[in-house]
Unconditional design. Structure first.
Length: 229
């Protein structure tokens, strides 16, 4: 799939009963800006697939996408989980995501309103958690990682995709970035504090900013659920 069409998203969002035109307009601006910096989108999709290659459908029972937005990650990784859940605070984007998942026939995925700092799921509920291009907007990335770890099952995987550390200070004003990317040492420290060990790091160039993928595993051995005969 190619980079998201801003015009197409605008039309489909406005067709949704829950869509707020003001929120839609702001969402479109955010997507357009993200695409400008996110020039390596194809490389990131390839990197996602490669880093999560061991996740085959049937081995990963549940995937949680925190800050799901348009539900893009649920689509990209649809063949690698049995149940997918995306959480976001933006109701208009959730309305669009529901439409996209329905059109794609992804009946094993759903999206709900939810807070990445206070996920309404029990401990150990997810086999894999993805936080994709969210943390540079976060006031407390470490708290979001802690919460991701809480809902992650022992032996589960956490994948964070975000910008590498940079010095584009103007993005705070023009794109509402709170964090100017992240360096590997800081991310590793947050992972460790949350009980997650870093397994793999990959830096992907191609846009005006470098995108980094951090993959980690929570300590422990996952207990596979038995299916009823």
């Amino acid at each position: 799939m190619g980079v998201l069409s801003v015009t197409g998203i605008g039309t489909e969002l406005l067709d949704q009963p829950d869509a707020d035109p003001v929120v839609v307009a702001e969402s479109l601006r955010n997507i357009a800006r993200a695409n400008r910096w996110f020039g390596g989108a194809a490389a990131v999709r390839y990197g996602l697939a490669r880093m999560l290659e061991p996740m085959q459908r049937g081995s990963t029972l549940s995937l949680l996408d925190l800050g799901t937005g348009t539900g893009r990650i649920l689509e990209v990784l649809a063949g690698r989980y049995e149940r997918g859940l995306g959480l976001d605070v933006n109701q208009s984007m959730l309305a669009y995501a529901r439409s996209k998942l329905k059109t794609a026939g992804l009946n094993h995925a759903e999206v709900r309103h939810g807070d990445i700092y206070n996920v309404a799921l029990p401990d150990g509920a997810a086999d894999a958690v993805v936080i994709h291009q969210v943390l540079h907007y976060a006031h407390s990335p470490a708290a979001a990682i802690d919460e991701a770890s809480r809902v992650l099952a022992p032996g589960g995987r956490l994948l964070i995709v975000d910008f590498a550390a940079h010095e584009r200070e103007e993005l705070r004003a023009t794109d509402a970035h709170i964090r100017l990317g992240f360096d590997d040492e800081t991310m590793a420290a947050w992972f460790k504090a949350a009980g997650i060990s870093v397994e793999q790091v990959e830096h992907l160039e191609g846009g005006e900013l470098t995108v980094t993928l951090w993959l980690g595993a929570k300590a422990g051995v996952r207990q596979r659920q038995r299916r009823a005969a």
